[in-house]
Design a protein around this ligand. Structure first.
Ligand SMILES: NC(=O)c1ccc[n+]([C@@H]2O[C@H](COP(=O)([O-])OP(=O)(O)OC[C@H]3O[C@@H](n4cnc5c(N)ncnc54)[C@H](O)[C@@H]3O)[C@@H](O)[C@H]2O)c1
Length: 253
């Protein structure tokens, strides 16, 4: 049966930025399908979605696998009969701190399979479902690392530059089909990913990261989520093929 609510798919939605995106769309009245490779936080998030008065669906999936991306869209279309928005959020920082002369094939392959193939295979199956639903919007999670270089992050930086390229191509290929495709490029956002990067407590590394942001702090996941929601809304109806920095001024100077 076709859902009366608009439907969004959020990949890697069980924690971090993805979780905040799930809740922002649920608050806006969307039925929310979310995926993750880990199911630990899924149940509590499904309860939060339910408490907001909309339906939720969790699907265990690995977005590095093409077949998982197909299965996820199939399950969503089977449940709700429509797809209005997709947020390709699942990502990995890979192994930070490796200079190019120390890079490994394993790090490059793993980072690219999640960050780049995840977005490519995601959009491959999301686009026909959006088209079937009369159009919609996709937002891909890029990063400041998709706009500038960061020493010691070759695989991650290259993968996010690739996300920027995929976003532009998908936007051009689908502009006439009423499907808009944009990216967001966050600075450092307080999630588990950042804790893995600089540790949980205060440290010289954390202060160094904060100092990249002229605003003088790390970002919050909800600040990314609200921007993603805006880009999928009618208010952004003439915006496509863009990558919007959400970085407290990191890439301004
Ligand atoms: N946190 C930041 O500072 C920051 C900055 C810029 C961009 N980003 C991007 O935002 C996205 C989310 O980052 P985050 O900080 O919330 O990360 P996170 O590690 O805190 O959460 C990522 C979530 O994605 C899931 N995931 C990882 N690989 C997956 C896969 N192959 N298939 C399905 N799910 C998978 C994880 O289990 C986790 O729940 C990533 O694409 C990341 O590169 C993050």
């Amino acid at each position: 049966m076709k859902s009366n609510h608009p439907v969004v798919l959020v990949t890697g939605g069980a924690s971090g930025i993805g979780r905040a995106v799930v809740l922002a769309f649920a608050r806006a009245g969307y039925a929310v399908g979310f995926t993750d490779i880990k199911s630990a936080n899924a149940e509590s998030l499904l309860n939060e979605i339910k408490n907001l008065g909309v339906e939720g669906l969790f699907i265990l999936a690995n977005h590095a696998q093409e077949s998982d991306n197909q299965r996820v869209v199939d399950e969503l279309m089977k449940k709700w009969g429509r797809l209005d928005a997709a947020v390709n959020n699942a990502g990995t920082e890979g192994q930070p701190g490796l200079l190019i002369e120390n890079q490994t094939a394993a790090n490059f392959k793993n980072t690219f399979s999640v960050n780049v193939e995840g977005v490519l295979w995601g959009m491959k199956y999301q686009i026909p479902a959006l088209q079937k639903s009369g159009g919609g919007a996709i937002v891909n999670l890029s990063s400041v690392a998709g706009h500038v270089g960061i020493a010691g992050m070759a695989a991650y930086v290259a993968s996010k530059h690739a996300v920027e390229g995929l976003t532009k191509v998908a936007a051009l290929e689908n502009a006439a089909k009423n499907i808009r495709v944009n990216a967001v490029a966050p600075g450092a956002i307080q999630t588990d990913m950042i804790d893995r990067f600089v540790g949980k407590g205060d440290s010289a590394e954390r202060q160094g990261l904060i100092s990249q942001h002229p605003i003088g702090r790390l970002g919050q996941a909800v600040e990314v989520a609200e921007t993603v929601l805006f880009l999928c809304s009618k208010s952004a109806s003439f915006i496509t093929g863009q990558s919007l920095p959400i970085d407290g001024g990191w890439t301004t100077g």
